[in-house]
Ligand binder design. Structure first.
Ligand SMILES: [Fe+2]
Length: 597
């Protein structure tokens, strides 16, 4: 039950621990805030199962909470107020499942689900799939297990809270930003009742400006993903964005989408009739692509036109928000905020002067948002710091464990205790064409590797992208690889340079530099950049700088430390397994350089 309190102590000196749960069926995560300490991590990392769908969430969530509390020095918990807060209303879900799910078979696996009394078109089978697999016992939710989890703890009180989904997204965007006031734009598949929300954040308040409850841009993107033969359940919307650059503009396909959306300020309506919609679209694109069909390029024009439509829609909504003239700052989150191509077009087309998108803008970020909202907005507990928040909020790599493994004498390695020497050595390896795993400190929160769980390489060889995709990542060649660039060189390499600390936006490379770094220039001349400042990640900055001193190139190729279909490596054992089962040449963990042969 939401909003309950158990065993409340009257002792005002108790420390307060906020535990946030992202509990929206997919991409579960946990966050812990205690004083100045913050921890946040996706459950998929722990179980090494991409997106950690519903059936695995509960048990692993609590295991992850306990491990994080232990890492933070807070386990066993004693003398504390524990506030356990979720980012989704399960009572509503229960009602929806029991009373209002209506499913029918149609092209593209269309289903309809009514959050409201009226019927609501949803363009894919995602919810039906989730709800069919949903556990029978709805009371077994992570926040409701809090009393059980802490039953052996000493002198604690437990509060059970819920933050609604879009407010959790909004809090993630705002409380990780450098803004003390801003507009907030949330666009995703769906919240409990809403698909888009706009707030004005000021004086630590979230004033609701507009919410929309039916028409979903996120679910429309998912439906096109399915039509292209990719899986929205596996999060393969990325592939549409990558493939879009290989397609051509087709006016008929573009107008098909463009004519089906009607804007009214912050609101839009998608004109949708299931039969006409699919019949017309299928006639334009020549049918759906089967997932096993190797000819991916047959749907490249569709990807191109839909991505363009999507970008224009996001920009129109952001422009409408900017035209309200409530703020020059925009904080943006929700699943659609993962679309870096659209994100890169917001500032140049709106009144906003500054844009912040958190490192985890999608549902995984809601654990942190829910905990933040409860702490700062609901309980008015302390003052937040107004600074760009570090994305390095996850687990620390376990160097002791690594040393134990290395003591078995089966792995060749070098240990360089001096950081500058380490970075110079790795720069030499990169310059020689090696592909290097680079694992340092705490893991990034969110889907991007930002220099702590990364695979890095020299961006100059034209075939480097293909080498990494075929030897290490085992993924499609139409998906781009991204650059990490020293901030001070951003303007030299990118048109209309904007800082992008979480690899959250895509910009156009300047023509003069494209030939210098072909491995990170996408087919359409863009790059999804991570900008690196020394104060954000000193060791990664030093590494890129060492590479620059050696080569004159102030950027490296950076992709996440995983193989296709698997989450980013979590443990030392995961990292070593990836190293020895792929074509990686070297693996650097902390100050250790592991090598093969
Ligand atoms: Fe969401």
């Amino acid at each position: 039950m939401n909003g309950t309190t158990t065993s409340r102590s009257e002792d005002k000196t108790l420390r307060r621990i906020y535990i946030g749960h992202a509990n929206t069926f997919h991409d579960p995560s946990i966050a812990i805030i205690e004083g100045d300490q913050i921890f946040a991590e996706g459950i998929e990392r722990h179980i090494q199962c991409k997106r950690a769908w519903e059936n695995l969430r509960l048990w692993y969530s609590w295991r992850a909470v306990r491990k994080a509390l232990n890492d933070l020095g807070l386990w066993p918990v004693k003398d504390a107020d524990v506030v356990s807060v979720t980012s989704w209303d399960y009572d509503l879900l229960k009602e929806v499942v029991e009373n209002r799910l209506v499913e029918f078979d149609g092209p593209g696996g269309v289903c309809m689900l009514s959050h409201h009394m009226e019927m609501e078109p949803i363009f894919n089978n995602q919810l039906a799939w989730i709800l069919r697999s949903y556990p029978a016992n709805f009371s077994d939710q992570p926040h409701e297990l809090a009393p059980e989890m802490f039953q052996d703890s000493h002198n604690i009180s437990i509060q059970i809270k819920m933050t609604n989904h879009h407010l959790a997204h909004a809090a993630t965007a705002v409380y990780t930003s450098p803004f003390d006031e801003c507009m907030v734009m949330i666009i995703d598949g769906y919240g409990e009742w809403t698909t888009n929300s706009f707030y004005h954040f000021h004086d630590n308040r979230f004033d609701l400006i507009h919410q929309q409850g039916i028409h979903s841009l996120g679910l429309m993107y998912s439906s096109i993903t399915e039509i292209c033969g990719f899986s929205s359940l596996e999060g393969e919307e990325w592939k549409i964005m990558g493939l879009a650059a290989y397609g051509a503009f087709n006016n008929d396909i573009y107008q098909f989408f463009n004519e089906r959306i009607v804007f009214d300020g912050l609101s839009f309506e998608i004109i949708y009739d299931p039969e006409i919609y699919f019949k017309t679209l299928m006639s334009l694109i020549g049918g759906m692509r089967h997932p096993d069909d190797p000819d991916v390029m047959k749907i490249a024009d569709l990807a191109h036109c839909f991505q363009r439509f999507f970008e224009e829609t996001v920009v129109k909504l952001a422009k409408a928000a900017g035209d309200l003239c409530l703020s020059k700052n925009l904080a943006y989150a929700g699943g659609c905020a993962l679309n870096s191509s659209a994100n890169g077009k917001i500032l140049e087309n709106t009144n906003f002067e500054r844009l912040h998108i958190p490192s985890a803008p999608a549902d995984d970020g809601c654990s942190l948002g829910a905990a933040f909202y409860e702490k700062y907005a609901a309980q008015k507990d302390g003052n937040r710091s107004v600074a760009v928040m570090s994305p390095y909020l996850g687990s620390m790599i376990d160097i002791e464990r690594l040393e134990k493994i290395l003591s078995f004498k089966g792995i060749k390695y070098r240990h360089l205790s001096d950081e500058n020497e380490l970075c110079e050595e790795v720069a030499i390896l990169l310059d020689a064409g090696n592909i290097v795993g680079w694992i340092q400190g705490r893991a990034e929160f969110g889907p991007r590797a930002l220099g702590n769980r990364s695979i890095i390489a020299d961006p100059r060889p034209a075939d480097m992208k293909d080498r990494i995709n075929s030897r290490v990542k085992f993924r499609e060649d139409y998906r781009p690889l991204a650059p990490s660039i020293l901030h001070e060189f951003g303007d030299e390499y990118f048109e209309g340079y904007q800082e992008s600390p979480y690899m959250e936006r895509t910009l156009n490379f300047r023509d003069a530099v494209k030939d210098k770094v072909p491995a990170v220039v996408h087919k359409n001349g863009t790059g999804r950049l991570q900008t690196v400042r020394e104060e954000w990640n000193p060791r990664y900055y030093r590494l890129i700088h060492a590479f620059y001193e050696k080569t004159g190139i102030p950027l490296v190729l950076n992709t996440s430390y995983n193989v296709m279909g698997k989450p980013i490596a979590h443990s030392v054992e995961d990292a070593i397994t990836v190293f020895f089962t792929t074509g990686l040449d070297y693996l650097v963990i902390g100050n250790y350089i592991l090598m093969k042969g």
